[in-house]
Design a binder for this molecule. Sequence first.
Ligand code: TYD
Ligand code: MG
Length: 466
Amino acid sequence: MAKALASFVCQNCGAAYNRWQGKCESCGEWNTLVEENAGGAAVPSSLRSKRKGRAFALESLTGDTHDAPRTPSGMAELDRVTGGGFVRGSVLLLGGDPGIGKSTLLIQAASLMARQKHRSVYISGEEAVAQVRLRAERLGLANAPVQLAAETSVEDIIATLSQGARASLVVIDSIQTMWTDTVDSAPGTVTQVRASAQALIRFAKTSGATLILVGHVTKDGQIAGPRVVEHMVDAVLSFEGEGSQQFRILRAVKNRFGPTDEIGVFEMTGLGLREVHNPSELFLSERDLGTPGTAVFAGIEGTRPVLVELQALVAPTALGTPRRAVVGWDPARLSMVLAVLEAHCGVKLSGHDVYLNVAGGLRINEPAADIAAAAALVSSLTNAPLPADGVYFGEVSLSGAIRPVAQMPARLKEAAKLGFKRAILPELTRGDGAGDAGLALNAVGSLTELVAEIAAKGKGKRQQIA
Ligand code: TYD
Ligand code: MG
């Protein structure tokens, strides 16, 4: 018989070692190795059968395949992120910080599904039935026919779910609390999480139920437990938000059955999560009109335009190395914009601290935000407020030119809808067809031009631009 294999498993990345050591060589984390019974890693004797393999039929790429049948949850923002509803037999992993609202979101989704006469089951490994009931009562969902249990044994759960009608939705809150008899490790360890997830996923695929696993995240934002769980599931959703703010954003990090660039926006209220169908209104709701250092960016999240305010503060530094702090945007892009401002536009920032913040806790990935960020920075530096009725979008190239971006008509239309009067945007090439949104278009060809325009309006200038 083979000797017991590696039995020290890194709780961060799942790498296995045959002796303990302080640092995991695979992911570089310290103190993450925990002894686990290797029984789970080796093939259990019951599966080591002597039978020969069975031949199965191979298929061609063409053929009758029905579209993945979907059941909309009835929560439009959730359906937007999943790609139009829950696919039968699919498995979703929902990650997010503690207290962000994962359990709230899922009890609401389960209730909506149950009210549409789909069997939906909510298994809580963290809270007692009474606690879940209490929450449901507060959310006004107590009369929804959700089937509820506080259980952690995977075998018991699967046995229960196999009885009665096919479940449409099964929520497991959370996968870290589940344990299976087939391995000896403690619940929450990599081996247990992996084995429990495997068993539950197998059940979902064979029964056709949609399974949602809640996953805890570690302090650096990764879903705890082995990354392999992320590979095993069909979609990984992440629920994000700033603790102090009421907005919550649901994103698909991976999705086998839909897009990954859509976001769902929610607001946490006293009555649970409220869907926000028009995020721009929310992100712009508390604007400081006419303050220097703020610019409205007309962005695109997935297929939906989202207007959001960028706030910059540029202040003389007291430190040898000035600070550059950015929330909600890529620090590397900020460095690039600062470099272009210095090199091509004569804006001296080496003696200044620079802070940039995307309002409302949104995270922007688009390069189209470059000129909005640049405008906010220059506006703060020169103490010149930007027009309150203008939106900005455009990508800055290293040469200082402003480049066109995708989906300009959609951005303009959204801005017009929200009452903006003008757009500061890249020079249009024929065929962009952006002219009919009813906004005054102020095309700028280079960042120098934009900086000059803003600086010319600077009142009590804090600093002259060379
Ligand atoms: P919860 O769904 O338990 O978070 P998670 O499962 O992600 O850990 O949400 C907990 C937080 O949400 C808690 O701080 C209270 C807040 N909350 C509300 O503000 N309103 C509500 O109606 C509910 C149910 C929770
Ligand atoms: Mg919870």
